[in-house]
Design a protein around this ligand. Structure first.
Ligand code: CAA
Length: 495
């Protein structure tokens, strides 16, 4: 089936982006909003987004006019009677969606395909509320829709043969890659992404590290396009909260219970970019006007960057010591700060020193980041000295508490473990999971690519340490990961 006329219901950030994607591909679009005010906001999204492209020289002004000219805006759903496809992008609340689909079912021709952009709700439940369950699918775009290359196409047990294939072909025409998935809360991307974002909020609430430090660690250390708090602001804290709630209802996994921090911010109306303030303020990602702004208060101690000692991990330790010496610092047996690169909790090493207050744990992440773990005994002087030393050798310090996995491994490894469990449960292939995270979230590599490049044993051991410390059942290594390590394999078998 060829789709030429499409309707988009709901012109918030996602709906307007989806309308733009269709119009850019040459389709005629009818955009529907509830009232004139919402319609004006939708028009504003479309004008700003295409205007930005013109300013950047990506679109000629004439092309922009053509794109906008293909989009008709209306407050009447009845105008959708002749469309071939309608995509819904209204708030993530099942009752709203069901009532909308019942209405669309009445308005649209029997052959019209009806798609929901839900991130987490049951497509089957939405389909079953209509008189055409076979022609209802999920068509899940990613924010910003004009940029992210992935569309998750969700078929249900009652979807007619051919509909998923038609929608998949349409995604290709839009310049997107489609991954076909079954109807499970969160599909592939949100099932893996949202628990990680929720976990970041939990780590902040536990005081393991601050907002800016966590974001910097994930961006600069792992190469993600955004840190978790900047991404929560982009997605919208209300949307993230709703999606977490649906995941929790399905899984009863307490990691999926929305962080109390999210609830508090949503209740306060701090929804992220859409409301101008969320974790961050309006002006910049590192603005102080958002909630939980900046790093935790640190006592200003004038650094006395004298001497250091590096202990642990020979190669990495030698490399860091060499960099510090090259920057003019002296190694010493009576150092100001002892930099400990080793596994096990830093405190276990610190208590063996005559002066445990001088020890700071160090974990180098990629080429740019040094996580710096203070123990309960670390002095402010040693912590500050360690931070300054790292800055001088060109590393971004990420101060954190002495907890298993510090920040990066604590956030990354459970996400990788979830991907292994998802694959092992037969929900999606390794190739699809990797592609979904690369194209849906702009990750530099998918979870299996990351697992194989980090080394399966390292991730398995890191998960064991996390499990030992937090006793969180989901942190226990997935049996498949454990078995591959036991069998001394370094790659996942591609089935
Ligand atoms: N509309 C159109 N184009 C946009 C845009 C928008 N709203 N925002 C950015 N762009 C374009 C820019 O014009 C630019 O294009 P060129 O490269 O051609 O110049 C490009 O995207 C990059 O933008 P910027 O240079 O302004 O900014 P950036 O390099 O920092 O990238 C980003 C911004 C694309 C958002 C990037 O940070 C990113 O990929 N972040 C991750 C986003 C993500 O994970 N999305 C998925 C969220 S989960 C979800 O959406 C599902 C759900 O159900 C909750």
């Amino acid at each position: 089936m060829a789709f030429e006329r499409v309707g988009v219901v709901g012109l918030g950030t996602m709906g307007a982006g989806i309308a733009e994607v269709f119009a850019r591909a040459g389709l005629r679009v009818i955009g529907v909003e509830a009232d004139a005010e919402a319609l004006a906001r939708g028009r504003g999204h479309l004008e700003r987004s295409t205007g930005k492209a013109v300013d950047k020289g990506k679109l000629a002004p004439g092309q922009r006019d053509e794109i906008l000219g293909r989009i008709t805006l209306t407050t009447s759903r009845e105008d959708l009677r002749d469309v071939d496809l309608v995509v819904e992008a209204i708030p993530e609340i099942l009752d709203y969606k069901i009532s909308l689909f019942k209405d669309l079912d009445r308005i649209c021709e029997p052959g019209t395909v009806m798609a929901t952009n839900t991130s987490s709700l049951s497509v089957t439940a939405i389909a079953a509320a209509t008189g055409r369950p076979g022609r209802v699918v999920g068509m899940h775009f990613f924010n910003p829709a004009p940029v992210m290359k992935l569309v998750e196409v969700v078929g249900t047990v009652v979807t007619e043969p051919g509909v998923v294939a038609d929608v998949t072909a349409l995604a290709g025409r839009l310049g997107k890659t489609a991954v076909a998935v079954g109807d499970r809360a969160g599909f592939v991307v949100n099932r893996l992404l949202l628990p990680y974002l929720n976990h970041a909020a939990a780590l902040m609430e536990l005081g393991v590290a601050g907002r800016d430090d966590i974001d910097a660690a994930m961006r600069l250390g792992v190469g993600l396009p955004m840190g978790p708090f900047a991404l929560l602001d982009l997605i919208g804290l209300d949307t993230a909260y709703e999606v977490m709630g649906v995941l929790f209802d399905e899984t009863r996994d307490r990691r999926h219970a929305p962080s109390p921090l999210l609830r508090e911010l949503v209740t306060a109306g701090l929804l992220g970019r859409k409301s101008g303030r969320g974790f961050y303020g309006e002006s910049s990602e590192s603005g102080e006007s958002g909630a939980y702004g900046g790093a935790p208060h640190r006592e200003q101690v004038k650094p006395r960057l004298g001497t250091f000692k590096v202990v642990g991990y020979e190669d990495e330790g030698d490399g860091l010591a060499e960099r510090l010496r090259a920057a003019g610092f002296k190694a010493s047996e009576d150092p100001d700060v002892v930099l400990c690169l080793a596994d096990r909790p830093v405190i276990e090493h610190a208590v063996r020193l005559p002066d445990p207050a001088r020890m700071v744990g160090v974990h180098l992440v990629g080429e740019q980041v040094a996580e710096l773990a203070s123990t309960a005994l670390t002095s402010e002087h040693a912590a500050t000295a360690a931070r300054d030393l790292m800055k001088i050798v060109g590393l971004t310090p990420v101060p954190c508490k002495d907890r298993a996995g510090f920040v990066v491994d604590a956030l990354l490894f459970p996400y990788l473990n979830d991907a292994v469990r998802m694959y092992d449960a037969g929900y999606a292939s390794i190739e699809d999971i990797d592609a979904a995270m690369r194209l849906g979230c702009g990750y530099p590599a998918g979870p299996f690519e990351m697992l194989e490049s980090f080394g399966l044993a390292r991730v398995r051991d890191g998960l064991r340490a996390l499990y030992t410390e937090y006793r969180e059942p989901a942190f226990a290594p997935a049996p498949l990961l454990d078995q591959l390590v036991t069998a001394d394999l370094s790659e996942f078998p591609r089935r």
